[in-house]
Design a protein around this ligand. Structure first.
Ligand code: HEC
Length: 425
């Protein structure tokens, strides 16, 4: 849990460190992929559903046509009292329907046939797909037909099977064999033919239709390709335009803003102004930055001025003035002090106050500066006579008065010094 969280956090950190441009590109790319994927998937499903519905409808029409042909023929045979015999085999309604179907199929390249698991004519024997489908239709009487887009001999096809039920009229040739026409018993002896002994209502087999889909599928994939190209072209163009717009309106101004800020920071020229690109958000940012840099410039000038005045004041003093931190570190050393000690201010800034005085371990065991940092108020009130040490290591007697300057969190000390007897060594 913890590990995963940390991992996702570090992932977030990596993401945060990407440039704005990379982030925008990544987001646009993801949006592109998701949109395109969804659109194409949806389109594909819709097309396929439509295709299946259309092909199924076609198969249904063919089946109805065949069934009605069979019924019509059977009626006509009865009305005309046509007696069937070996020579009129082709006029048996089922046989005629199958043969007509075969002839038409040659023209239209679909196939239709009556098939049965208990096959009378081996030419009508079902393939394994048809066998399974007939079993399903026989098992579930609510199922009138089955339809599926599938493959046959490596080619895409629609398979459609409609259940065929036995009615009274069929029993003549599929019921009790001793009631059926003698010529039929001759061709299909009851001992070997499995297509007798049906009862009305039984599922005898199915009308099986195969519609080749390769042409339609090819059309579908062509449509799909063109949709893919136009849609992705559209999206890519959109993304490119968006990217360009972002580049021009956001990234470029931001970039020049950042560059300008960097230069100003480097040079300290707060007088420089950025050109305001417009009244939009970036414009507001630039205006705000300009105003801020103007204020900082003014403040810096003020600060410089007051510092200058302060420096002049300190330099103008007749006394030597040094200032130091509680650690003893010197940060101010005026010209009078330079005169007394022979050091220049530059040499002493950052150095310890202790360098300016003769060490007196008996009085200040830890050194003068650490003594001052913990000195009593009474000591601070008085002027003290101390042994100073010049740069050339000669001694100089100085009177020193120390004041604590309490600035709140970081107090410091100032000391005013005066040579006590300028001519004595
Ligand atoms: C006059 C006799 C006759 C009648 C009536 C008849 N059939 Fe048949 N049936 C046949 C013959 C003969 C075949 C063999 C077809 C062939 O050679 O293609 C056959 C074949 C079939 C087949 C194809 C499977 C196979 O075994 O070859 C089905 C399905 C079928 N009949 C269903 C029916 C149905 C349903 C009816 C009633 C609506 C019906 N038949 C009425 C004689 C008949």
């Amino acid at each position: 849990m913890d590990g995963i969280e940390r991992e996702s956090e570090s992932g977030m950190a990596i993401w945060r460190n990407f440039s704005l441009r990379t982030k925008i590109n990544v987001i646009l790319f993801l949006v592109l992929v998701v949109f395109l994927g969804t659109r194409l998937f949806w389109q594909y499903r819709q097309q396929r559903t439509l295709l299946l519905a259309e092909a199924t409808e076609k198969a249904r029409i063919i089946t109805v046509e065949a069934t009605r042909t069979r019924e019509y023929l059977s009626q006509q045979l009865k009305i005309g009292h046509v007696e069937l015999n070996k020579d009129r085999y082709g006029m048996i309604p089922v046989v005629a329907t199958n043969r007509i179907g075969q002839i038409v199929a040659r023209d239209l390249n679909y196939t239709i046939r009556h098939t049965s698991i208990r096959t009378r004519n081996q030419a009508n024997a079902p393939d394994s797909y048809e066998q399974a489908a007939i079993r399903r239709l026989a098992a579930d009487r609510n199922l009138q037909h089955l339809t599926e887009l599938t493959m046959l001999d490596g080619a895409p096809v629609l398979r459609y099977l409609q259940a065929v039920y036995v009615d009274e009229s069929c029993l003549e040739c599929h019921g009790d064999p001793w009631q059926s026409p003698p010529f039929l018993r001759e061709i299909y002896p009851p001992e070997t033919d499995p297509s007798y002994h049906y009862r009305a209502g039984d599922v005898i087999g199915a009308v099986s239709i195969v519609i080749p889909m390769d042409q339609i599928e090819r059309q579908l994939s062509a449509t799909f390709r063109s949709i893919f190209l136009t849609t992705s072209g559209f999206f890519v163009a959109l993304v490119v335009c968006l990217g360009f717009l972002l580049q021009k309106t956001v990234l470029d101004p931001l970039h020049s803003l950042a560059a300008m800020i960097a230069t100003i920071r480097k040079t300290g020229h707060f007088t420089e102004r950025l050109p305001v690109p417009g009244q939009d958000e970036i414009g507001e940012l630039v205006t705000g930055f300009n105003a801020m840099s103007e204020e900082i410039g003014a403040k810096a000038a003020q600060l410089e001025e007051s510092e200058k005045r302060f420096r002049l004041l300190v330099e103008a003093s007749r006394d030597a003035i040094v200032a130091f931190l509680p650690t003893g570190q010197l940060f101010l050393f005026n010209r009078q002090a330079e005169k007394i000690f022979g050091y220049s201010q530059r040499e002493l800034l950052g150095e310890s106050l202790d360098r300016l005085f003769v060490a007196e371990p008996a009085v200040y065991p830890e050194g003068l500066s650490s003594f001052i940092s913990t000195a009593q108020e009474s000591w601070l009130r008085d002027v003290h006579l101390l042994g100073g040490l010049r740069k050339d290591q000669s001694l100089v007697k100085v009177e020193m008065h120390v004041t604590v300057v309490d600035t709140g969190d970081r107090p410091f000390f100032t000391a005013t010094l005066r040579e006590s007897a300028p001519n004595s060594k």
